[in-house]
Design a protein around this ligand. Structure first.
Ligand code: SF4
Length: 483
């Protein structure tokens, strides 16, 4: 992955948040949530949080840091209850370093306390926030998620029912949201009408309860069985009355983020009945056919480029090898919250293996190029290690449009795919050759039709309209907003 990294604002794809929820009447769910969040750590590494309820009382713990840094054994013991939600955060809007912006977000109005965990990004946050401020509501964080939980609680008062509150809020909020939410008595899950961010429903063994998660890998870790996706526009309630589902808002055009397949989701997760490992292998095989290279060795940029590199090797007949060792105890480079840290990131993470590379013509398979700076450093590292030729193969098309749906990229001017031709990018990164996968081949590798996806960062065709004010960027509320 190139530098899906922070600058002053988010743009097109960079991942943002994992969510997990459990309803299990005879269990202390805090440990299940802890392990669920562990499986979703790749979706957000800035903060982690768990809220639980026992039917009467709600308890919340959240902190900046990785899941094991935030929760110790004793913390989990104090989180008592059979209902719970959890969150791992990567900020796309709002400051990354503020405790208030960590999730779950709590809202208490009158007798109602609800907690919410959100993956995605609303595009009308400023407008909604201004309306709520107009009726005297004050905010503690700069996130769109606090606006959402407050709006829901506000409407819950009006309807005297949480589901009524969620339904009315869903009619007003626009953008991407995959949400788990809880009261003291029930677990809720709902998803935007386009289904931009993933959300799945599973069952615990022996009918012990229900699980909602961003990805199937988080079901696997707690031994839950995948049941189905939460449908676009669907609202689910799980309580002592069992599971209830309704179509809270009309579904729009289905627009699951294609970047889940390219990079974001874990390779052992499945979407649209396809494991992401398999889809990435097919992407690698497809670019081997569309842009072959005369080379001695195929390597992937670990971890996300590895399945695609094996696919390239199988399709091309060029041997596959590991040419880059990754320090797995350093976060993904795009998580680094400053330019200086980002520049250090690749040195911390990737070390070229000279004995594999020296004197060889190398095909390097990676999933994307955003700004191009990280890829340029990578090519230089490979040459320093003795590679005689470097042929970059990217398993997605050029990223030329910013994302407003929960992925952090820069302004269009900072996206190298928007500003330069492929030949110019090749020269910028210093590769001998450079080729990108076509939109058609990328989609074909997933096994689902193009109409199932948001492809906006490659095509500029946004499934949810973006107000001009949102294009101002990540810090709109801080100057402005987030999840
Ligand atoms: S613009 Fe669409 S495809 Fe691109 S990262 Fe955002 S949600 Fe995903």
């Amino acid at each position: 992955m190139d530098d899906w990294i922070l600058s002053e604002r988010p743009e097109a794809p960079e991942e943002a948040c994992g969510v997990f929820g459990v309803y299990a009447p005879d269990e202390q769910v805090s440990r299940l949530i802890y392990f669920g969040l562990h499986a979703l750590q790749h979706r957000g590494q800035e903060s982690a949080g768990i809220a639980v309820a026992d039917g009467h009382t709600m308890t919340l713990r959240k902190e900046l840091g990785l899941v094991p840094q935030v929760f110790k054994e004793g913390d989990l013991d104090t989180l008592e209850g059979h209902i719970g939600i959890g969150h791992t955060r990567y900020s796309t809007t709002g400051s990354s370093s503020s405790w208030e912006n960590a999730q779950p977000m709590l809202s208490s109005i009158g007798p109602n306390t609800i907690a919410l965990a959100h993956n995605g990004n609303l595009v009308n946050t400023v407008e909604l926030r201004d309306k709520l401020k107009g009726v005297g509501i004050r905010f503690r964080s700069t996130t769109d998620s606090e606006v959402m939980v407050t709006l829901i609680n506000h409407f819950t008062q009006k309807h005297h029912a949480i589901r009524g509150g969620i339904r009315e809020a869903m009619k007003l909020i626009t953008g991407a949201y995959a949400v788990v939410m809880m009261s003291e008595e029930a677990l809720y899950a709902f998803r935007d009408p386009n289904g931009v961010r993933p959300l799945v429903l599973g069952t615990l063994p022996a009918g012990a309860g229900w699980v909602i998660a961003s990805e199937t890998c988080a079901l696997d870790i707690v031994g839950a069985e995948f049941v189905r996706d939460v449908a676009p526009g669907e609202l689910i309630k799980i309580s002592s009355a069992g599971i209830e589902s309704e179509q809270a808002v009309e579904p729009g055009r289905t627009a699951l983020c294609i970047f889940e397949f390219v990079y974001f989701a874990r390779p052992d997760s499945s979407m649209y009945d396809c494991t992401l490992y398999e889809a990435r292998q097919k992407m690698g095989a497809a670019i081997a056919r569309s842009a072959p290279a005369d080379a001695d060795l195929v390597i992937g940029v670990p971890d996300s480029g590895t399945p695609a590199a094996t696919g390239f090797a199988q399709a091309s007949g060029i041997p596959y090898g590991e040419g880059l060792a990754k320090n797995r105890y350093v976060g993904r480079t795009f998580i680094s919250p400053s330019q200086m840290l980002r520049q250090q990131g690749i040195k911390l993470k990737l070390n070229p293996m000279k004995h594999m590379l020296a004197g060889k013509r190398i095909v390097v398979v990676d999933d994307s190029i955003v700004r191009g700076n990280t890829t340029r450093k990578l090519v230089a590292l490979l040459r320093e290690a003795g590679a005689t030729e470097v042929h970059m193969r990217i398993t997605s098309p050029p990223v030329a449009w910013p994302c407003f749906y929960g992925i952090d990229t820069d302004t269009q001017e900072q996206l190298i795919g928007a500003m330069k031709t492929v030949d110019e990018i090749r020269d910028h990164i210093g590769a001998d050759t450079l080729a990108y996968l076509s939109v058609e081949d990328m989609v074909a590798a997933t096994g689902a039709p193009a109409e199932s996806y948001c492809l906006a960062c490659f095509t500029g065709d946004y499934p949810v309209e973006i107000p001009d004010s949102v294009r101002q960027g990540k810090m709109a509320l801080e100057s402005g907003v987030s999840c």
